[in-house]
Design a protein around this ligand. Structure first.
Ligand SMILES: Nc1nc2c(c(=O)[nH]1)N[C@H]1C(S)=C(S)[C@@H](COP(=O)(O)OP(=O)(O)OC[C@H]3O[C@@H](n4cnc5c(=O)[nH]c(N)nc54)[C@H](O)[C@@H]3O)O[C@H]1N2
Ligand SMILES: Nc1nc2c(c(=O)[nH]1)N[C@H]1C(S)=C(S)[C@@H](COP(=O)(O)OP(=O)(O)OC[C@H]3O[C@@H](n4cnc5c(=O)[nH]c(N)nc54)[C@H](O)[C@@H]3O)O[C@H]1N2
Ligand SMILES: [Mo]
Length: 761
């Protein structure tokens, strides 16, 4: 096969042809700034890290129904039919003995692009039809705090993040962009569902050329691209709320705040101001106060605050800010600061949560909702906020707070995970291992031997997208893309759909799960429903065969209208915000009524409990990796080329490296009370002193897998991070920041075995 065919991924659309065992991948012709991450696909599909055949853990086969430690690699390979029989019987046992509320099907993760073969949709549909339901998870690791907070204070996250300020508006209208956490191009490489064109570099370049001023507030200088020409404000991580409060203090005390805007469009500024001025706690939130916390010069804070007034100013916060303890506060305080500047709802002004964190934001909306696989009905009511997985497994029957409710953790016997990697996404991996030890059975479908697959009892090999046909599209992308099958399935791997169809048959649910359709028939069916909904708005698209042949078609786009914030500005009475007061809630009676000590009725400065206090301690920033999406295809060419001696690089500031006597390529051990990992030093001027930067995504590679707290020899930061919620309000993930120590690794260097498949009998 040598013809080029169309395909798509979360990091961009492409065409590809097969060259022996490799793919030759070219970015989609219309993409002005494609991502290097595409190169991870070159050597992926026939990589030895793929899972070749279904396997079962020997220890589990001998005594299943009993919780065990799963760190060993004692797998036995069995024929598909036999494994499916064993798994169907186990699902039936758990359901009959404990009910579907003993099955955790939250299965968080990004899976891959494709509307039909979307792993979680397949799993949830299967569990609903075959078992009657499952314990689910709500929210995500990305925006755990913002998803819960924003509806209380402004409106749904989508309205604040997605349908708000666009790159087009910034190019034309904005004077100043103040970006807390930046808008790194590495992050806008990605959008779930696929991207036909990466526009962010061009947009920042054009804006800058028109004279837009970019201010980057971040511990890392490369959180904005060169093209933005930004001023770098290198604050201490975790202290943005203090900086924002001090800027607000300057506005309030110098009478620079927009009183008319606060009066007309906001609720409760007068209840917040006494806190700001120090009348409540005796601590005025003045620049000198914030200077001690943020490490920034007090005059700089004053100048920054004044320089935002009277201009079309846009405040942006990266998602990273809220992926930390008290993560609700910077999201809320950024909204208050923007409200005091009065630019909300004006083109290119106000506040856009998350702009620049993903390529979903800052674009026009697709004018039709894309078809999705129907999920059926889940009869189980129990759920967890997604990052409370270890808490749930370790505390069955335990109580926890969430968004004004007191909920109970269910008692989970079986965990079914597909399309996600908890050993990538979750914090405190040693605690996670202990939590999984409490479960009777873990089932995983995976494309490759990820650490989660190694941790399962039943491992089923799944196809990659390049081995099946699908359709890709995103909510803010103007192109619907065909994902053509490029290669045959690897070894004995099967599509998740076909695996679930076989299981459903064994559990008497074949017809309701498949509705009698093959995968190809589902694709046509889903395309048909898109055709139907477009027709109702007077749009025509070619039929499925023509679309398939062409490889892509354009979808209608919504106008760039600023969404509900713009209409609220135009008419606050006729178009109120969907909050209790109908206004921006600087003060929320509702949140106040929950009585939480860690998130009150207005934004406040809380000092993080996990930041350096002693000499020798550093803040570890574990941000998103530039060479891959999360842990996906960590064995791919582009990802591997970024490693040093096969290990993940940790960036150390030039100043700290000199003081510690470290240079490029040195292997170091990063450690704290929770765990330790090895990484390779990269000295950098882009890192604030006192900060270390180890991005996420290196596959967890424990040196002694059966030990209690083994060293990860590959460089996974989540052996170090803390597993606590953002607050009682949202219980979001707090993985971004933690305190560590660093030392040169002495002794014999252990090999990296992360990508070697386990030995299988
Ligand atoms: N310390 C720290 N931790 C973090 C973060 C952080 O900032 N710091 N960020 C967090 C964030 S924002 C997120 S979103 C999470 C991401 O966490 P995840 O989404 O869990 O990470 P991925 O590596 O994308 O996992 C997707 C998995 O799905 C598999 N997969 C792909 N296609 C298929 C398929 O068709 N079928 C099956 N069965 N499997 C498939 C891939 O091989 C991969 O293993 O991580 C979070 N973790
Ligand atoms: N290449 C690539 N792109 C991705 C992803 C990926 O895995 N790879 N993942 C995607 C996903 S799922 C998501 S949710 C988004 C996540 O989007 P974000 O959460 O915004 O991404 P991060 O890279 O974790 O963090 C952005 C920057 O915030 C800065 N930062 C960290 N802590 C602080 C702080 O306390 N204050 C300030 N001012 N800055 C801080 C860090 O320097 C970091 O580089 O990225 C998406 N984009
Ligand atoms: Mo995310």
């Amino acid at each position: 096969m040598n013809d080029r065919r169309f395909h798509s991924s979360h990091w961009g659309a492409f065409t590809a042809s097969v060259d022996g065992d490799r793919l030759s991948v070219s970015p989609r012709a219309g993409d002005p700034d494609p991502s290097g991450i595409l190169r991870n696909l070159e050597n992926a599909a026939r990589n030895p890290a793929r899972i070749a055949r279904p396997v079962v853990r020997k220890g589990w086969l001998n005594k299943h129904g009993v919780a065990t430690r799963r760190s060993g690699n004692d797998f036995v390979s069995l024929p598909w039919d036999e494994v499916l029989d064993i798994l169907a019987a186990e699902l039936a046992r758990v359901k009959n003995e404990h009910g579907p509320q003993a099955v955790f099907g939250g299965s968080y993760g990004w899976a891959s692009a494709g509307r039909f073969h979307h792993a979680q949709s397949q799993l949830h549909r299967f569990l609903n039809h075959a078992l009657g339901g499952y314990v689910r998870s709500v929210n995500n690791y990305s925006a755990g705090a913002a998803l819960v907070l924003l509806p209380h204070i402004m409106g749904p996250m989508e309205a604040v993040a997605r349908r708000n300020v666009t790159w087009e508006q910034i190019e034309q209208h904005t004077d100043v962009v103040m970006a807390f956490g930046g808008m790194p191009l590495k992050n806008t490489a990605v959008a779930s569902g696929g991207i036909s064109a990466h526009i962010e570099r061009g947009a920042m370049d054009a804006a800058r050329k028109r004279g837009v001023r970019f201010i980057l507030v971040s511990p890392l200088k490369d959180d904005l691209p060169q093209e933005a020409g930004a001023e770098w404000v290198a604050l201490r991580p975790g202290t943005d709320t203090a900086l924002m409060l001090a800027m607000a203090y300057v506005l309030a005390t110098e009478g620079l705040h927009d009183k008319a805007f606060l009066e007309r469009y906001c609720e409760g500024y007068e209840k917040f101001e006494p806190y700001l001025l120090g009348q409540v706690d005796g601590v005025p939130k003045m620049p000198a106060w914030a200077s001690r916390i943020t490490g920034l010069n007090a005059e700089l804070i004053e100048t920054l605050a004044r320089s935002l007034v009277g201009r079309r100013t846009l405040i942006v916060t990266a998602q990273a800010l809220q992926r930390a303890e008290y993560g609700e506060q910077p999201v809320w305080m950024a909204a208050v600061l923007a409200a005091m500047l009065g630019q909300f709802g004006l083109p290119g002004g106000g506040y856009n949560y998350g702009l620049g964190s993903l390529a979903h934001y800052g674009r026009r909306q697709t004018g039709v909702s894309l078809p999705a696989l129907p999920q059926g009905t889940n009869a189980v009511r129990d759920f967890i906020p997604v990052a409370r997985i270890s808490d749930m497994l370790l505390n069955p029957g335990g109580k926890f707070s969430y968004d004004g409710q007191t909920l109970t953790y269910p008692n989970i016997r079986l965990v079914y995970w597909i399309g996600g990697n908890p050993f990538h996404h979750h914090q405190d991996l040693n605690r996670l291992r202990a939590a999984f030890d409490r479960v009777e059975t873990i089932v995983v479908h995976e494309t490759a031997w990820t650490p989660m697959a190694r941790h399962a009892d039943i491992v089923l090999p799944a196809t990659m997208t390049v081995e099946r046909n699908d359709i890709a599209g995103g909510p803010t992308d103007p192109v619907l893309l065909a994902m053509h099958k490029l290669m045959e399935p690897y070894e004995l791997s099967r599509d998740d759909y076909s695996i679930f169809a076989s299981l459903a048959e064994r559990l008497g649910a074949a017809q309701s799960f498949t509705e009698g359709r093959t995968a190809e028939e589902w694709l046509r069916h889903m395309y048909g429903s898109l055709e139907d909904s477009l027709k109702t708005t007077g749009h025509e698209i070619p039929d499925f065969d023509a679309f398939w042949e062409r490889g892509e078609i354009d979808l209608p786009q919504e106008p760039d209208d600023g969404g509900i914030l713009r209409s609220f500005r135009a008419d606050p009475v006729g178009s109120p915000l969907p909050t209790p007061s109908g206004k921006i809630e600087i003060y929320s009676d509702k949140i106040g009524s929950f009585g939480y000590a860690d998130c009150g009725a207005h934004p406040k400065w809380f000092e993080h409990s996990d930041l350096p206090r002693e000499t020798g301690e550093f803040v570890l920033v574990s941000n998103q990796p530039s060479r891959r999406l999360h842990s996906q295809l960590d064995f791919g060419n582009f990802s591997v080329e970024g490693k040093i001696h096969g290990r993940e690089p940790v960036r150390v500031s030039t100043e700290d490296a000199a003081r510690l006597g470290l240079s490029d390529g040195d292997i170091v051990r990063l450690y704290n009370d929770r765990g330790a990992c090895l990484a390779a030093v990269k000295v950098s001027d882009a890192v604030r002193p006192g900060v270390l930067n180890l991005s996420t995504g290196a596959w967890y590679d424990p040196y002694e897998p059966t030990g209690d707290a083994p060293v990860c020899v590959h460089g996974n930061p989540n052996v170090l991070t803390r597993d606590v919620g953002t607050s009682s309000l949202a219980q979001g993930c707090t993985g971004q920041l933690t305190t560590v120590r660093i030392e040169r690794f002495e002794g014999e260097l252990p090999p990296v075995r992360a990508f070697d498949p386990p030995a299988t009998a």
